[in-house]
Design a binder for this molecule. Structure first.
Ligand code: NDP
Length: 277
């Protein structure tokens, strides 16, 4: 029997990763057979583990925390989103060259499309200035928003990220300075605060009932940020499960050249998460 094409996600820790389930569900949609493992890589071994994986015939890798920036430095060629964010979550070989992309932004946009949220000429607030915020910023800018305000607990990181974007529509601020900014059309929580059930300190005036609110974190029940928004009358609220599936779909497209549907996979994972809760 021919060996199955091999894919994997490298991270540390990795036990929580849903990527193997997602890629199996994508493969099922197309009747493909493949192997996709999650592999915990020791911090010191990352570069060697990547080289070994591809030398032994591996076809594609996803990379998650804490290795995305090291992955980008290993690549011979970076696609624009990875070059701008200096981080890669998807690796593969093309004509003997190691290529890297960052698909978080594409995943977020694909989810916005599913939700029918448009960004054109809208005022956006991106809370957080870590890897996730940095990774999605170029994709958000490409949607022709009116303005993107980046606000972060450590305000200098927000100011630096805005400066790096080099675009007059992007402004970096402290969370405190948000009180003077008025209502936003879309607020994206790209902080890791929700992971520990915390909420960044946010003024009430930034959100109205017609605002949309998105938390990149996902869970079986609404996150604290979603609860904050719903308590202020927001109806368009979503967590980051669709983004997770969307970024995986973009990786899948790089490796297999085929588009998959994200909706049924999001529903399947949502059911699984409900059963686990
Ligand atoms: P980083 O560690 O790179 O950045 C964390 C960010 O959160 C920083 O801006 C930090 O601020 C801020 N922060 C953390 N705790 C608090 C708090 N209590 N109050 C205010 N701000 C806080 O993480 P990532 O950028 O990689 O990830 C951010 C989130 O996005 C995570 O929840 C992650 O799970 C999610 N994510 C989801 C994806 C998806 O597909 N759905 C993909 C990628 C990420 P400071 O700079 O001041 O420390």
């Amino acid at each position: 029997m021919p060996e199955l094409a091999r894919f994997a996600v490298f991270g540390n820790p990795i036990a929580h990763s849903r990527s193997p389930d997602i890629h199996r569900l994508f493969a099922d949609q197309l009747g493909l057979k493949l192997s996709y493992e999650k592999i915990a890589v020791p911090e010191d071994d990352f570069e060697k583990a990547v080289a070994d994986f591809f030398q032994s015939g591996g076809r594609g890798l996803n990379i998650t925390l804490p290795f995305k920036m090291r992955a980008a430095r290993l690549c011979d060629e970076l696609l624009p989103a990875a070059a701008l964010s200096e981080a890669a979550n998807t690796l593969w070989y093309r004509n003997g060259i190691l290529v890297g992309d960052s698909t978080d932004g594409a995943g977020l946009l694909q989810d916005f499309e599913q939700l029918a949220w448009t960004l054109r000429q809208r005022r956006l607030l991106l809370i957080g200035a870590g890897g996730a915020a940095r990774g999605v910023l170029p994709s958000l800018l490409a949607q022709d928003p009116k303005q993107i305000v980046i606000a972060n607990r450590s305000s200098q990181r927000a100011v630096d990220l805005a400066e790096q974007a080099g675009d007059p529509r992007v402004l970096g601020l402290s969370l405190d300075a948000l009180a003077e900014q008025g209502v936003f059309d879309l607020i994206i929580n790209a902080t890791s605060a929700s992971v520990s059930g915390a909420l960044p300190t946010l003024p009430n005036g930034i959100v109205g009932k017609d605002s949309a609110c998105y938390d990149m974190m996902y869970a079986a029940k609404p996150t604290v940020f979603m609860e904050w928004a719903m308590a202020r009358g927001v109806q368009a609220c979503a967590d980051g499960l669709g983004m997770l599936v969307g970024q995986a779909a973009a990786s899948f497209h790089h490796w297999h050249g085929q588009r998959v549907q994200i909706g049924p996979v999001v529903e399947n994972l949502r059911r699984q998460m409900g059963q686990e809760a």
